[in-house]
Design a protein around this ligand. Structure first.
Ligand code: TYD
Ligand code: MG
Length: 459
């Protein structure tokens, strides 16, 4: 590229793909409002058109059987929950996106990680664009962090950051956050889709060509006013999302994408005055505040990746003051819960059409798996009847529209975890009992329909 050549931008309609040199509020082609998004046009590589048609490439296709696979070098972060969800440490040259709501603990975790890495693997560069060097130092002091190999810089201009990286050659770089870095050539404001994509693209290229691992922090915003980390999910190798209610100390880190390890793995942390601490037995912590003999509360052994997690589902069924009954859910899918309440009404004759129903997963975590279906039904029934479910019971199973209880995966792990936590009875799909080899104190009660499950639990 000639020096001084300006990057050109155009505007593309997200609805119909219409391209315009100027931004417009309404697309002249499809009449959609506010659909234009800025895009960078790469400058032409060569003026010679023959070269453009037949580019000289360094790559050449080879037989798959001849490809030499070496296990890539990995850096161990020393935070075992993080290492596990990454698939056994950070792969050299990989790009990891860490997303989550502001204030949930992204900077804290990555600063703790940087410290560990700098002690064992050499220089780490922490680019704190959002906070000053002083603020970051104060946070580090609170976390008890001090390492000669950990460098921090407050910078938001991408070219300056790239220069720093080339000069320092750190093993790992943290960008806190990707929404604050920008390329001045692009005209648009930091945090816009084009800036976020372009900067992440440049950093990814750098990571792949040098073997430096890069962590990008991305804020998830409810309003969606600025480009969230979702637009980067396909560019990066690994995507980790932080979950948890900010007012509780419980934090879940979930791998939703991983090119170098398993997906859907979770890491569990607790926010303390000395930063994030790993939680080795999360079920215990999640159930520690469970009320005894309280109607509407039930425990479900869930499976997140390869990890069993016992969660408490709570329901509150009240009489509806207005004609239109309210349905609210926290931590569970709203549509799924509405459907399950309809099944409970139709298949087991619970009159819920004039009742408000609120369903909640305790601890501020999100659960999205079919095994919770029976738990939702049982908790709603328990609140409706004002009859508590025994503290010794766990329930699990997928529920179909006919009220039938269907098998779920990973039954053994769920059962073992329930037994470990002292539960005595497990209500589970009958079809899961086939081929199940389990010898223990936990009593297994197979059911085929929600009516049967109600009978087993409430007598
Ligand atoms: P932070 O890592 O700054 O969140 P993010 O980078 O995701 O925006 O975490 C901020 C919260 O964590 C803040 O409310 C204070 C709390 N916190 C602790 O409770 N203990 C600690 O040791 C630290 C560093 C932060
Ligand atoms: Mg932060």
């Amino acid at each position: 590229m000639k020096s001084g050549m300006k990057v050109k931008t155009i505007y593309v309609c997200q609805e119909c793909g219409f391209r315009s040199p100027k931004w417009a509020g309404k697309c002249p082609e499809c009449q959609q409002w506010n659909s234009f998004v800025e895009e960078v046009v790469a400058p032409p590589m060569a003026s010679n058109s023959r070269q453009a048609i037949a580019p000289q490439s360094a790559s050449s296709p080879m037989q798959i059987s001849k490809v030499d696979v070496k296990e890539k070098e990995r850096f161990i972060t020393g935070i075992s929950e993080l290492d596990r969800i990454l698939g056994g440490g950070i792969v050299a040259g990989s790009v990891v996106l860490v997303g989550g709501e502001p204030g949930i603990g992204k900077s804290t975790l990555l600063l703790q990680m940087s410290h560990n890495l700098s002690l064992k693997n050499g220089p780490v560069l922490y680019v704190c664009g959002e906070e000053s060097v002083h603020q970051t130092k104060m946070r580090a002091q609170r976390l008890g962090i001090s390492s000669d190999e950990l460098y921090i810089v407050n910078e938001t201009n991408l070219s300056v950051i790239l220069e720093h990286i080339r000069k320092f050659l750190p093993r790992v770089v943290i960008m806190d956050s990707i929404q604050i870095v920008y390329r001045p050539e692009l005209g648009s404001v930091p945090g816009s889709i084009s800036q976020v994509k372009e900067c992440a693209g440049q950093l990814t290229y750098l990571a792949k060509s040098t073997g430096i691992s890069i962590f990008l922090i991305g804020h998830v915003t409810k309003e969606g006013a600025i480009a969230g980390p979702r637009v980067l999910e396909h560019t990066v190798d690994t995507v980790l999302y932080f979950e948890g209610a900010r007012h509780t100390s419980f934090r879940l880190l979930r791998a939703v994408k991983n090119r170098f390890g398993p997906t859907n793995e979770i890491g569990v942390f607790e926010m303390t005055s000395k930063g994030l601490k790993e939680v080795i037995n999360p079920s215990e912590l999640l159930l520690s505040e469970r009320p005894q003999d309280s109607p509407g509360s039930v425990v479900v052994p869930c499976l997140e990746g390869s990890r069993p997690l016992l969660v408490e589902i709570q329901a509150l069924v009240g009489s509806s003051v207005f004609g239109n009954p309210a349905r609210r859910t926290t931590g569970l899918d709203y549509n799924k819960v509405s459907l399950l309440l309809a099944v409970l009404e139709k298949r087991a004759n619970f009159k819920l059409s004039n009742r408000d129903v609120f369903v909640n997963v305790a601890g501020g975590i999100k659960i999205n798996e079919p095994a919770t279906d029976l738990g939702v039904i049982m908790s709603a029934a328990s609140s409706y009847k004002d009859a508590p479910i025994s503290k010794d019971d766990v329930v699990l199973g997928e529920v179909g529209l006919g009220g039938e209880v269907r098998a779920v995966s990973g039954i053994r792990l769920r059962i073992i975890e329930s037994q470990k936590l002292g539960f005595k009875r497990c209500v589970l799909p009958r079809s899961n009992l086939k081929n199940l080899d389990f010898k223990g104190n936990l009593q297994l009660l197979g059911v085929g329909h929600i009516k049967e499950a109600l009978k087993v639990v409430f007598g």
